[in-house]
Design a protein around this ligand. Structure first.
Ligand SMILES: [Mn+2]
Length: 357
């Protein structure tokens, strides 16, 4: 009885961040990896975890990796302005002595380029149900709006000195996940934002939030506006072939602001994939599950209740095959959302153009 009461509380007192650092004990190199085309939350989380690891074990070599590309202009601005050192994931160190830590993502959810190595630790806030067998340390909290919030907690627990650069990264990581509507975050995210804001560089943040955009951004927006269709309160838009994959999610965020839409699904082609992004403000909607059912047998999807994304490998790139795929996706979407017998219409009639003034 006595031995039990002595040993149990000691184990309970070890914080998550302590257990995280301990899991990395046997390794002298750590590779931090995230999902393909990392977002600000993934980038900031990696930067924060590196600070945690280096604070406890300065001798450890920590590598931050880039899987895929920096898609949004905001993400490129963040990496440039905050000087986040990224190594292409295929060039990262591997082998015995190297611990892989997966951040803002889980193994075998279709969100990474390669899954050859089982991670030692996984930190995530998504409800994606990855394969977690063999992972020594797990911190998965779907009630958190951002992985950066979890990492901010680690920094506090470990009393890591917070640089302005790291505060800016984490603030933007949380903000970019929580600023959209419908919002999916909670009090822990708000608390982290309050802690980070006074410590962040507001001028850098303004530059990250408002980067310059290429012409292709506006072309894609025009294409999506011209090819958006309304079925009752569901808006489906075809973005065409897109210059970078994240613009599909950006357009879903744009269209969900339409005052008569309660569901938006934006679809576009990026290289050899068809990508989907869903948004809804319907109460109790499970957009992650809806999208998973829509792409079942074709590809992968996941996300939260109100925001979700998915992708389908394009096996046949002929226009008629893509058209057929789009039709199938729309019919499955109707089935999932219980839409039937609703005549669709083009969202906007063609815009009149004037002569060059
Ligand atoms: Mn995230």
């Amino acid at each position: 009885m006595k031995a039990r009461s002595n040993s149990h509380p000691v184990a309970a007192r070890r914080s998550r961040s302590d257990r995280f650092v301990e899991a990395l004990d046997p390794f002298d190199r750590v590779v931090l990896a995230s999902h393909i085309n990392p977002d600000p939350d993934a980038l900031a989380s990696m930067l924060g975890l590196r600070a945690v690891i280096e604070h406890r074990r300065p001798e450890v070599d920590v590598t931050l990796t880039l899987d895929g590309m920096l898609a949004r202009a905001e993400n490129r601005a963040m990496v440039e302005l905050l000087e986040i050192p990224l190594v292409p994931v295929e060039d990262a160190p591997s082998g015995p002595g190297v611990a892989l830590v997966m951040v803002d993502s889980q193994p075998h959810t279709g969100r990474r380029g390669s899954e050859e190595v089982t991670p030692v630790a996984v930190l995530d806030h998504h409800q994606t149900g990855g394969e977690l067998d063999g992972v020594s340390f797990l911190d998965i909290r779907p009630d958190m709006g951002a992985t950066s919030t979890m990492v901010a907690g680690y920094l506090l627990e470990q009393q890591v000195p917070l640089t302005e650069r790291l505060a800016t990264a984490l603030f933007y990581g949380i903000e970019s996940e929580s600023i959209g509507y419908p919002r999916e975050s909670g009090p822990a995210d708000d608390g982290a934002l309050v802690w980070l804001f006074p410590r962040a560089d507001k001028d850098l943040m303004a530059r990250i939030r408002n980067p310059r955009l290429p012409e292709s951004y506006f072309e894609t927006a025009q294409h999506a506006l011209a090819n958006a269709f309304l079925y009752d309160d569901l808006l489906v838009c075809w973005c065409g072939e897109v210059p970078q994959p994240d613009i599909i999610a950006e357009l879903a965020d744009f269209f969900i602001r339409f005052d008569r839409a309660h569901w938006v699904v934006a679809i576009g082609r990026f290289r050899d994939q068809v990508r989907l992004s869903a948004r809804t403000d319907s109460l109790g909607a499970r957009s992650g599950e809806v999208l998973r059912a829509v792409v079942d047998g074709l590809g992968t999807a996941g996300g939260h209740d109100k925001r979700a994304g998915g992708s389908i490998p394009l096996t046949d790139p002929r226009p008629e095959a893509i058209e057929e795929l789009l039709r199938l996706l729309r019919l499955r979407l109707f089935e999932q959302l219980g839409v039937s017998g609703v005549p669709g219409r083009r969202f906007l009639p063609a815009s009149p153009t004037i002569r060059v003034p």
